[in-house]
Design a protein around this ligand. Structure first.
Ligand SMILES: [Zn+2]
Ligand SMILES: [Zn+2]
Length: 184
């Protein structure tokens, strides 16, 4: 399998590099990074101040020539009624996208009324490392959908549904045994 990463907008070099490395380590695949693409202006929703995720998937499919193609952007994405998405892919499709925009969020922000942050072992880590891990997991997750994997009930599995960074931080970068058996 060949995967093309399609950077859209100003995507930092380490994001491209980590995304490539994660895909290579989890799937038996080659990865290429295409030239940077301009953010599709038609994808912007002024009312929401966000970009429509599907447009980035289409751009990935037009630009990439891999078996699978994944757009990576720093812009904030939405999909239908979801307030935001970290990424989007069609099951068994050729295109997908991830956004790093909300992957920089803090894991446990203390509540404004003085609630204490939970010490879950993540708070001690360098925020840059936490961010990098999330990028890697989300890239692996979306490509997982494109090769036919649906969401997994194992919250440690990279295919578990992660609507907030909390779930992203709990899961690991790898496929669980049963997901692995389905595709590898
Ligand atoms: Zn998913
Ligand atoms: Zn799984």
């Amino acid at each position: 399998m060949l995967v093309d990463i399609v950077p859209v907008g100003e995507v930092p070099a380490d994001v491209k590099r980590e995304g490539s490395a994660a895909l290579r380590s989890v799937y038996d695949c080659d990865v290429r990074v295409t030239e940077d693409q301009r953010v599709p202006s038609g994808a912007y929703n002024e009312g929401r101040e966000q970009y429509r995720a599907e447009d980035f998937i289409q751009l990935a499919r037009r630009t990439g020539t891999g078996d699978k193609n994944i757009a990576i952007t720093t812009e904030d994405l939405y999909y239908h009624r979801r307030n935001y998405v970290f990424g989007l892919a069609y099951l068994d499709g050729e295109g997908s996208v991830i956004s790093t925009y909300r992957l920089r969020d803090e894991h446990d922000r203390p509540a404004a009324d003085g609630g204490a942050a939970i010490d879950d072992g993540f708070s001690e880590r360098d925020p840059a490392d936490v961010f990098t891990d999330r990028v890697r997991k989300e890239v692996v997750h979306e490509i997982g959908h494109t090769i036919g994997l649906e969401h997994c009930s194992n919250n440690r599995c990279v295919m578990s549904f992660s609507p907030t960074v909390r779930e992203v931080d709990v899961k690991e970068e790898n496929l669980c045994g049963s997901c692995r058996r389905e595709v590898l």
